[in-house]
Design a protein around this ligand. Structure first.
Ligand code: ADP
Length: 378
């Protein structure tokens, strides 16, 4: 009997689980939001992930349920668990990827390094925090943010008045998260895989480069590190995976501060953009690793196959025509580039694919990855 994994959410992360699933002979099915989504290549059901009956019906046909995103509501997740269905990551872990306020409180309990933060319910509370932190702060909506939406740098509490007004209209009330504005040299990401029976494996810490709040590029491993930084990042990643009970892939987004500290920004409990390099650059890519982990199979080697990997996102895609129209030119010019596309219609700023290049010399690798990706843009 084939192993059967069900993925809730039909985006590119579900899509990229398909190739390793086919290689291993795992039956992958997807509950997609719409019929024509990125992951339509897998046997797909179409339905609303917020509807308990829809998700339960989907889950009954698989051995384990996992996710392309973190938005499945807690009551739906608990209904799955109550029905005896294996869910990885489980609701109690996933909560901390769904709600940034709960995450900050839990990371404090675990003693993890993070920015100063507070939960604020009104303009006065926010202003007090800003005054205590040098006249500026970062305000975040605890739920539903992505790619920098729901994150705002403010110098006065009035700049978040609209968000407080929206909270006031919410029947459940609620609070905003406010954090000190961290002065960072760069952003890093630490990925860890953990299986239900406890085995963990850490990937090398990587550098992530964001533009306009969106990940543009990843360098793996992060260049210009020392042993202390590498060890600290791995300890933080493994400590969170174990402390929160994550199963599957975990990404811990980190700041490397100007005063030489590592602070946790946020958590993602699924394969992550910062790990796409591993598809071509690691012994075990993150999508295969996620499948192994959620099926509680022994984890694969997470070490790099070559000294350097660079991943460059294709943001937006060609202004006219399809991504495939660029293939002949880019493949002729960059035979070493591995091209990954998501089956999405090009639109300004949208992540429609990425390019991975691996090799021995970081300058060569980075140059080729950028040059190849640029064929797809504009
Ligand atoms: P999202 O959930 O939308 O990805 P994040 O919390 O990761 O939001 O924030 C998006 C970006 O905003 C981060 O990658 C970072 O560049 C910046 N940012 C977030 N929090 C802080 C902070 N406390 N200090 C400085 N910059 C921050």
């Amino acid at each position: 009997m084939a192993l059967r994994v069900g993925v809730v959410g039909g985006g590119q992360l579900a899509r990229m689980m398909i190739a390793p699933a086919v290689e291993l002979g795992i039956e992958l099915s997807v509950l997609a939001e719409q019929p024509d989504m990125s992951a339509h290549l897998a046997a797909s059901a179409v339905g609303d992930y917020r509807d308990t009956d829809t998700v339960l019906a989907f889950a009954r046909g698989v051995d384990v349920v996992t996710f392309d995103h973190e938005h499945v509501p807690q009551p739906v997740l608990h209904a799955l668990v109550d029905a005896g269905i294996a869910v990885h990551p489980g609701p109690d872990a996933l909560l901390y990827a769904q709600d940034k306020l709960r995450m900050r409180a839990r990371l404090d309990e675990l003693g993890m390094p993070q920015p100063d933060w507070a939960a604020v319910s009104d303009v006065a509370g926010l202003q007090a925090f800003i005054d205590d932190h040098g006249g500026r702060a970062v305000v975040k909506t605890p739920r539903g943010g992505y790619d920098g939406k729901g994150v705002r740098v403010v110098r006065a509490a009035a700049e978040a008045e609209d968000w407080f007004a929206a909270l006031a209209e919410d029947a459940h009330g609620g609070q905003l998260l406010v954090e000190e504005l961290v002065e960072f040299r760069r952003e890093l990401s630490q990925q860890v895989a953990r299986r239900p029976s406890g085995e963990v494996r850490a990937y090398p810490v990587v550098e992530t480069v964001q533009r306009d709040g969106v990940c543009a590029e990843v360098i793996a491993p992060a260049p210009h590190v020392n042993d202390r930084l590498v060890a600290t990042a791995a300890q933080v990643g493994v400590g969170i995976a174990e402390g929160v009970g994550v199963t599957g892939m975990l990404a811990v987004e980190l700041f490397e501060t100007t005063d030489d500290r590592i602070l946790v920004n946020e958590l993602a409990m699924r394969p992550h953009n910062s790990g796409h390099w591993s598809q071509d650059g690691a012994v075990t890519g993150q999508f295969e690793q996620h499948l192994r982990a959620v099926l509680d199979l022994p984890l694969g080697d997470a070490s790099p196959r070559r000294p350097w990997s660079v991943m460059v996102n294709i943001l937006g895609g060609p202004a006219e025509g399809a991504i495939e129209d660029c293939f002949a030119a880019v493949m002729a010019a960059h035979p070493d580039a591995k091209i990954h596309t998501y089956g999405k219609t090009p639109r300004p700023g949208r992540k429609v694919g990425h390019v991975n290049v691996v090799g021995d010399d970081l300058d060569d690798v980075a140059y080729d990855a950028h040059a190849a990706a640029s064929f797809f843009e504009g």
